[in-house]
Design a protein. Structure first.
Lengths: 370, 243
């Protein structure tokens, strides 16, 4: 388990102080894939670098299984009450693997030497190292590249070597800093499923940083959303997708689903989303309790309104269905309200985006209700 | 061969023993000063890179002091440095002339230049690689030997070539104050006695040496870019020949 309590890190630059991590507290369970999402500059990279003390936080506490309680005071780490020596810090880092956006392989070393890097000078025999490296390269399916150099590999292959290298010393935790951001969609897919395999097969806890919601959606179990150095929202990936609370979270969720288009259409004031007097543009989100029931048609039939679907999207997240829909409802105002109330009663989150009241021809400003 | 030499370069033939000795003296100055300056320069270069503000072991005072000393010695023209160092040379090696007396000033003339070049070469190593190595538990020594020095080999070879060639230039200047070598031979026996053939041959010899050094440096640098110098294969026997 990784426990982070009230972690702070400020960079003092000539241009002023940058509070990269502010008062972050998180608990990351054993064997989960934990996502941290945020825009660039949100502090997610700094947060993850603080976990293996590549950046020394100014204050806070980090508790790691197998290491102990690291308390940060005045920018110095204290392990179980005593100031950590640089040797202790190095030993601690050895127990945490890390992969990077730009792979950071040693170009003048072969694939073998790269993967063997964390194993050398650790008292292991040449034979042990060779066996371990072969085993790792088998895991990442690159056995045939053992004598190749990084310059001869594709981006995806480089990242696989980097993963093998990060896992060489059998860490319990793997930190992934935008590991797929420099890869094409196909390689991204392959790396993500490899990370998932590593997590499931070896039970390694993966902390994964990204700015892409799609990455979180495809493999993470839980997610923390960061903005301006703070964690603004945290929960299971399903919860976050089904019911995002913060504006930034909604933005990320929208970015990864078809419904994200709705905001663009609204911005462009497209014909499609213009409501006429008496109509109402709504966004409905269906969670696992209500997907699969014919709530919408029931409501429409019972309350006699019409629905014009503009965008709709449904998918499976960790085996549970989640759906969303945007459409224009027209009909008797009272009936519509009753219909929406019925939907809400049945756990559909219904948000009225624009409301063309009878006297206003233009669509009104956004009016969130749910 | 001797007949040919006598015909084309009669004066050189006359002083051929002196010429050989001069070549040997230059070679001796070159490798001795080069070796010492190379080691010191490399160490200072590493010191500069790691003690820098964003280095792996920041020590602003050490960095600034080293930087200042290097700048001072770099800004003194070598011919002045030679004269300036005479008392020190005498105190250290007992004499300020001959090859023996030339080594020290040559080292002083080369180290600042070389350490600066080494600093540049090492700074070219991607900080991401250093960070990755840190994340794998490497300490300062590990980072220096396993990342910085190793990854910068092609650049180090390149700057070493440049420094070696400039060192040859310096050895000829050292000749001017009594160190012997090709430089003083060309001046004393060529220029001063009005024997143009001697000067010409000296130029050709230096050209050839420079050319060889440059090609060697370029070749090795290319040979070590994105790969190790020597390959140790881990490929299974049956797979050999597939690449």
């Amino acid at each position: 388990m990784i426990e982070i309590r009230e972690l702070n890190k400020t960079f003092r630059l000539k241009t002023g102080d940058v509070e990269a991590v502010r008062d972050v507290s998180l608990t990351i369970g054993d064997g989960v894939i934990y996502g941290v999402i945020g825009s660039s500059g949100a502090g997610k990279s700094t947060l993850v670098r603080c976990l293996n003390l590549l950046e020394i936080p100014d204050s806070g506490t980090i508790i790691l299984d197998g290491v102990g309680e690291i308390v940060l005071k005045n920018g110095k780490p204290y392990l179980n009450g005593k100031e950590m020596t640089s040797r202790q810090q190095n030993d601690m880092r050895r127990g945490i693997g890390m992969i990077f956006q730009h792979f950071n392989l040693l170009d003048r070393c072969t694939v073998f030497e790269n993967v063997a890097y964390p194993l050398m000078h650790t008292g292991r025999s040449r034979k042990q190292i060779e066996e371990r490296v072969r085993e790792l390269l088998k895991l990442v399916a690159l056995e045939d590249k053992i004598d190749g150099y990084p310059s001869q590999l594709s981006g995806g292959q480089k990242q696989r070597v980097a993963i093998a290298r990060a896992l060489a010393a059998e860490p319990r935790i793997l930190l992934s800093d935008e590991a797929t951001s420099a890869l094409d969609p196909e390689a991204t897919e392959a790396i993500l499923s490899l990370l998932q395999e590593v997590n499931r097969k070896l039970g390694v806890t993966v902390v994964l940083i990204t700015h892409e919601m799609a990455v979180i959606k495809s493999i993470a179990d839980r997610v923390a959303v960061m903005e301006d150095g703070r964690v603004v929202e945290e929960g299971s990936v399903y919860e976050i997708f089904a019911d995002p609370q913060e504006k930034i979270t909604r933005k990320f969720v929208a970015s990864s689903s078809l419904l994200g288009k709705l905001d663009r259409l609204l911005e462009e004031d497209a014909e499609l989303v213009r409501v006429r007097p008496g109509e109402m543009l709504v966004r409905l989100m269906f969670q696992k309790d209500c997907v699969g029931e014919h709530l919408l048609t029931t409501a429409a039939r019972r309350y006699g309104f019409d629905l014009n679907i503009i965008l709709a999207n449904s998918e499976y997240l960790h085996g549970s269905p989640i759906g969303g829909m945007a459409g224009i409802i027209s009909g008797d105002r009272e009936k519509i309200e009753m219909g929406l109330a019925f939907l809400r009663e049945n756990h559909v989150s219904a948000e009225v985006i624009s409301d063309g009241r009878a006297d206003e021809a233009d669509h009104a400003e956004s009016l969130p209700v749910s | 061969m001797e007949e040919l030499m006598r015909q084309i370069t009669p004066n050189l033939y006359l002083y051929r023993d002196k010429f050989y000795k001069s070549c040997l003296a230059t070679a001796e100055m070159f490798w001795k000063a080069g070796l010492i300056a190379g080691l010191i320069g490399l160490m200072l270069g590493i010191l500069l890179v790691i003690t820098k503000k964003d280095g792996i072991a920041p020590k602003p005072l050490v960095y600034q002091a080293t930087n200042l000393v290097i700048n001072i010695f770099r800004s003194v023209p070598f011919i002045i440095l030679l004269i300036f160092l005479i008392p020190l040379t005498r105190a250290v090696v007992g004499t300020a002339i001959n090859v023996k007396g030339a080594i020290l000033p040559l080292v002083f003339g080369t180290v600042p230049f070389y350490s600066r070049q080494v600093e540049v070469a090492l700074s070219g190593v991607d900080p991401g690689k250093v960070e990755a190595a840190r994340s794998m538990g490497s300490g300062t020594a590990g980072l220096i030997f396993r990342v910085y020095l190793r990854e910068a080999v092609p650049d180090l070879l390149r700057v070493t070539t440049v420094t070696a060639i400039s060192l040859i230039g310096l050895t000829t200047m050292a000749g001017a104050v009594g160190a012997g070598g090709i430089g003083s031979f060309a001046i004393n026996y060529g220029q001063n006695q009005n024997h143009p053939d001697i000067v010409n041959v000296c130029v050709i010899v230096l050209l050839i040496v420079t050319f060889i050094l440059q090609s060697l440096g370029n070749g090795l640098s290319r040979r070590t870019t994105n790969r190790g110098l020597l390959n140790r294969s881990h490929r299974a026997k049956e797979k050999e020949g597939t690449v």
